[in-house]
Design a protein around this ligand. Structure first.
Ligand code: AMP
Length: 389
């Protein structure tokens, strides 16, 4: 069992907290600070225990020199200092004298955020390959390690499993909360319905295989529905198809035909854009030059009927191209239905959480996970390498 924050002694210690400040940024603005706000509980607890706190996080990916500026954590430091309202320092380094001096001068209840851990990926991918020299160096900066970065827990990086292998360690409150909610899905109140959308079948095969025996219903929408429809023999026009997984869809549909619910109608366009000749089509009527970009009204009503009977719902992936105003209709309608009918719903994955935010219902959802890949891998039944003791 992984230890939790309250299981270990952190009083007066130098605590390294691996946060997930990988926030979405547009035009130099953080457009969603949920991940920053979600980290405060652990940080405040460590402050209450008189700790000196060293915060670490990645931001984006660093493959070349140009990525450094784009993924500078300074923007997070600014937002963090606004919400923390206490003595706080950003160090524009991931190692070296400036960082070490700043840490040596720290007093209890002070906080340092170091630069993006993935700056260490520029030469030799040291963070992402869990380089042993890097992890032991980072570990040397503190006394205790707390992993509160759930969204990267499916990766074995120097800043999670690497540091943890050198120091007494525990998970933070955010990771604890995420695991507790996902754990609820292992023994859900029934009927249990899973909604899967998004683009590719390939990303969801593990989850489908692991959850199909536990669910009462599996509702399939989004682009991935067209691969299932093609497997059933329908003409899907120019809709997105994951050809490599048609056989998988055939097999799973045959075995679990009573549980898997596919669309009966969709909203189509001739191009992948918001404007055009948008029509509602039964799935037997999709023209060769049309692509399905959202679910239709009959399908939405079918889904609502099943959800009305459900006591627990897990949802990953939007039901249509929610980034386009004309094709987010089904996703918004179902989100509102779940909220209006008080159906216990756990959302997992960046796109569906963003949809719920855009639809203004996020605060009424039972739980929105901060993890995407990590949430799916956990539900696939895999051990998350970043959380291994
Ligand atoms: P994923 O990362 O596989 O969960 O996919 C999320 C993406 O799926 C979003 O960017 C949606 O725009 C996209 N998506 C949803 N429905 C469709 C569709 N019918 N055709 C193409 N892309 C879609």
């Amino acid at each position: 069992m992984v230890k939790t924050l309250k299981d270990i002694d952190i009083e007066n210690k130098k605590v390294i907290i691996r946060c997930d400040f990988n926030v979405p940024i547009e035009n130099n603005h953080i457009i969603d600070d949920k991940r920053i706000i979600s980290s405060l509980e652990t940080i405040n607890y460590c402050l209450s225990k008189n700790c000196k706190i060293i915060l670490m996080s990645h931001l984006g990916r660093i493959k070349e020199e140009n990525d450094l500026k784009k993924n500078d954590l300074r923007i997070v430091a600014k937002r963090l200092s606004e919400v923390l309202k206490i003595d706080f320092k950003f160090i524009n380094k991931t190692r070296g004298k400036e960082l070490e001096d700043a840490i040596n001068k720290m007093k209890p209840k002070q906080i340092i955020l170091m630069q993006n851990t993935r700056y260490e990926d520029l030469i030799g991918k040291k963070e992402s390959t869990n380089d042993s020299e890097l992890s032991s160096y980072w570990a040397s900066l503190g006394d205790v390690f707390i992993n509160d970065a759930f969204a990267t827990a499916h990766r074995a990086h120097a800043s999670n499993i690497g540091i943890a292998s050198h120091l007494p360690n525990a998970i933070g409150f955010l990771v604890e909360k995420e695991l507790a909610h996902l754990e609820e899905l292992k023994c859900p109140e029934k009927p249990f319905t899973v909604i899967l959308g998004g683009k590719k079948v390939s990303d969801k095969i593990g989850v489908i295989e692991n959850l199909i025996t536990k669910v009462d219903y599996l509702l399939i929408g989004g682009g991935m529905a067209f691969t299932f429809l093609k497997a059933e023999g329908y003409k899907t026009g120019m809709s997105i198809i994951d050809d490599e997984n048609i056989e998988f869809c055939k097999k799973i549909l045959k075995k679990y035909e009573d549980k898997i619910i596919l669309p009966v109608d969709v909203r189509v366009n001739k191009e992948f854009k918001n404007e055009g000749t948008i029509k509602q089509r039964d799935i037997t009527e999709i023209d060769d030059n049309e692509m399905g970009l959202d679910l239709g009204e009959k399908t939405t009503a079918n889904f609502e009927k099943i959800l009305s009977k459900s006591k627990t719902v897990f949802w990953n992936g939007p039901l249509g191209v929610y980034e386009l105003e004309n094709f987010k209709i089904a996703t918004d309608k179902i989100l509102n239905y779940l909220v209006d009918n008080n159906i216990k719903t756990i959302l997992g994955g960046g796109d569906i959480v963003a949809s719920a935010k855009n639809a203004g219902v996020i605060d009424k959802i039972y739980y929105a996970s901060t993890g995407g890949g990590a949430t799916l891998e956990y539900l696939e039944g895999k051990e998350l390498p970043g959380l291994v003791e």
